[in-house]
Design a protein around this ligand. Structure first.
Ligand SMILES: [Zn+2]
Length: 138
């Protein structure tokens, strides 16, 4: 097992993640973020990228979190984590299959990315997706 970093000496890190609140996926999202990012900030909003695309109020609240993470933690990347069967987006039943559902989320995260790049032009937005088997960058 890798040696644990001394958290008292770490003040800055690169990643803020925006994940859905869905309890089936949040533990897996955290496991994946630990593996890929090490230390990260995490914000949850119902629907993840949907919150940015569809809700002005959620977007406004998230902008505050993003601005603070950039200022205090010097975050440089925002990872969007959408997931399969997201009830905030109608669930899997409204899609023709798993691939079609992933494409829907890919397009929605691209819309969110464009919005977020206007709010924070210096941030790199990376879309990721969790299905029944695994999490991965899209
Ligand atoms: Zn969800």
């Amino acid at each position: 097992m890798a040696e644990q970093p001394d958290l008292r000496t770490i003040q800055h890190w690169d990643v803020l993640a925006l994940s859905c609140i869905d309890g089936r996926f949040i533990g897996r999202a955290i496991d994946w973020l630990r593996q890929e990012a090490g230390i990260f900030d995490l914000r949850t909003e119902l629907g993840a990228s949907r919150a940015i695309v569809e809700s002005v109020m959620d977007r406004y609240r998230f902008q505050n979190v993003l601005d603070t993470a950039v200022r205090l933690h010097r975050v440089r990347e925002l990872w969007l984590l959408d997931h399969i069967d997201c009830m905030a987006c109608g669930g899997s039943a409204i899609h023709a299959g798993d691939d079609a559902e992933m494409e829907f989320h890919r397009e929605q995260m691209e819309k969110a990315r464009r919005v977020l790049q206007r709010l924070a032009p210096d941030i790199t937005v990376r879309p990721a997706y969790i299905d029944w088997e695994r999490a991965r960058f899209l």
